[in-house]
Design a protein around this ligand. Structure first.
Ligand code: IOT
Ligand code: MG
Length: 494
């Protein structure tokens, strides 16, 4: 595995050879990297557009004969996939080659075998397949453009902004699915193929077995994400989620680089330092002035392409942090997402019925929030990956019965016990603090609005309005975050 995936994102159109005439130029993606032109014609179909590359390799588009594949992102179960193909040597070939081999053998069923962080576009004859991973952690958007009298074509991009501003509205490929389009049909309807769904049933394991299973799966997920063995960077809050990832990364690489963000209002430096001293990581603290943190709201909306103010408060400090990491593009591991299957955001919910219900609700509503999108770090040229949303880790965590998620009055019990002996006791027992709280983001944004005269009971509404206005300018209209007003965080975007 290379430091960064070969392809980080793309904006292309695919259709009959004459479609190029009507394919308008795509708008710029937020993800930064190398740039590769996608330009191929053959077997009656042509591909045109651009790919953003992480590790430049031979053409972004691979395949032969009537098959072509454009794969952004990476796979995490390569050994199993090679095994399924009966050739362990395939573990060393690029992910795109592995996928083409799987497609040859399994067709669309190949997509149900993948554990990865990816968005892909594949053509097989006239059939076009647009697929994203189980979590849509690399978002994919698709528009089918119909020509009266001509053949249809498809525009597809890993960011919605690239497809905005054209007549044909795009749709998002739902998490855990593919959309299949028959380009020979003059009026094609994308046909969905389900590849994953969150479990709604729960498994009973003896507590010690649940603890062991979590440890084993999380360890495998971290290892699969380590790339070429270069110590990765972990964004560390000092909470159990990111501390566990750091510990497992250190166990495999000998060390890791860790980074913690704080603001003039608040930080978690001490909690992070405890873990750093215990594990011996190469650590960095970054302090951001809360006013400049708020200015990164425009970058966050640009990258995440969402309007939900609560989720933006989780993502803003991370985007701010990624934008302040100079130097070569990094492979970054996060602890993001652990709180969803473990009910961490509901740290005070004692009733197991309620805990399991809110968890089911969170698993039913994550799609489209883009919390895991690579663009969040991609605006600064870095690649992130999230071990807790590894397909196998997620399946396990979601399906464990709630009595091991909350036990002995402790939230996220099973994860805390899984890390016993590896992290300091104080870290294992540390009470959950959300990133929006620990970085002072929620209070900084509220204060800015209050100072701008917004009454207390309208603050949440004002945040939503500001996010919506930014979304309109940056995603729908295609402005760049540097061109938005410098008063982000004060509601002055309406
Ligand atoms: P939180 O769990 O606090 O943070 C998410 C990750 O961001 C951490 O695991 C860590 O890797 C990184 N991080 C947090 N704070 C810092 C910091 N000060 N410096 C460096 N890195 C840091 C919200 C939350 O509480 O984040 N995220 C929830 C899920 C949100 C709910 N979403 C939903 N229902 N769809 C989570 O599960 O991570
Ligand atoms: Mg967390």
């Amino acid at each position: 595995m290379t430091p960064l995936p070969a392809v980080l994102g793309f904006a292309v159109s695919v259709g009959a050879d004459d479609h190029r005439l009507s394919a308008e130029p795509a708008r710029r993606l937020a993800v930064r990297g190398g740039s590769a032109t996608v330009d191929h014609a053959g077997h009656g179909l042509s591909w045109t557009g651009t790919a953003v590359t992480g590790t430049p390799r031979d053409p972004a588009l691979s395949g032969q004969d009537g098959r072509r594949l454009l794969l952004a992102g990476e796979l995490y179960n390569r050994e199993e996939l090679a095994l399924a193909l009966g050739d362990p040597a395939l573990v060393t070939v690029p992910d795109s080659h592995l996928l083409l081999r799987l497609w040859e053998r399994y067709g669309g069923a190949a997509l149900r075998l993948l554990n990865g962080r990816y968005a892909l576009l594949l053509t097989d004859g006239d059939r076009l397949v647009a697929a994203t991973d189980h979590a849509a952690s690399l978002p994919l958007h698709l528009a089918v453009v119909r020509h009266p009298g001509g053949r249809p074509f498809v525009r597809a991009a890993t960011e919605a902004k690239a497809l905005a501003g054209t007549d044909t509205p795009a749709r998002r490929v739902p998490a855990g699915s593919a959309l299949i389009v028959d380009l020979a049909d003059p009026d094609p309807r994308p046909v969905p193929l389900a590849t994953w769904t969150p479990p709604v049933s729960r498994r009973i394991l003896p507590p010690h077995a649940a603890v062991a299973a979590v440890r084993e799966q999380l360890d495998r997920a971290v290892r699969a994400r380590l790339g070429d063995g270069t110590p990765p960077t972990v964004v560390l809050s000092g909470g159990i989620d990111s501390s566990a990832v750091t510990a497992l990364a250190v166990a495999h690489c000998g060390t890791a680089r860790t980074i913690t963000l704080g603001t003039d209002l608040r930080d978690e430096f001490e909690a992070a330092r405890l873990v750093v001293d215990h594990l011996g990581t190469e650590h960095e603290e970054i302090t951001v002035d809360s006013a400049s943190l708020l200015r990164d709201l425009a970058w966050t909306v640009w990258a995440a392409e969402i309007t939900d103010p609560d989720v933006l408060e989780y993502l803003l400090p991370l985007v701010s942090l990624y934008r302040r990491l100079p130097g070569a593009p990094r492979r970054i591991l996060t602890g993001y997402g652990a709180d969803i299957p473990l009910g961490g955001m509901h740290r005070d919910t004692a009733a197991l019925e309620t805990l399991d219900q809110v968890l089911a609700a969170d698993m039913a509503t994550f799609d489209g929030l883009n919390e895991l999108a690579p663009a969040l770090s991609g605006v600064a040229g870095h690649w992130t990956t999230h071990p807790y949303w590894d397909r196998e880790v997620l399946d396990l965590l979601v399906s464990l019965e709630p009595g091991v998620k909350r036990r002995d009055g402790t939230d996220k019990w099973v994860l805390r016990r899984a890390m016993a002996g590896t992290l300091p006791e104080r870290t294992l027992g540390r009470r959950k603090l959300g990133i929006h709280e620990g970085s002072g983001t929620t209070s900084a944004w509220s204060r800015a609005l209050r100072d701008a005269g917004v009454p207390e009971d309208r603050i949440h509404q004002a945040k939503a309005a500001e996010a919506a206005a930014l979304y309109r300018r940056l995603v729908v209209e295609g402005a760049h975050p540097d061109d938005t007003d410098q008063d982000t965080g004060t509601g002055e975007h309406r």
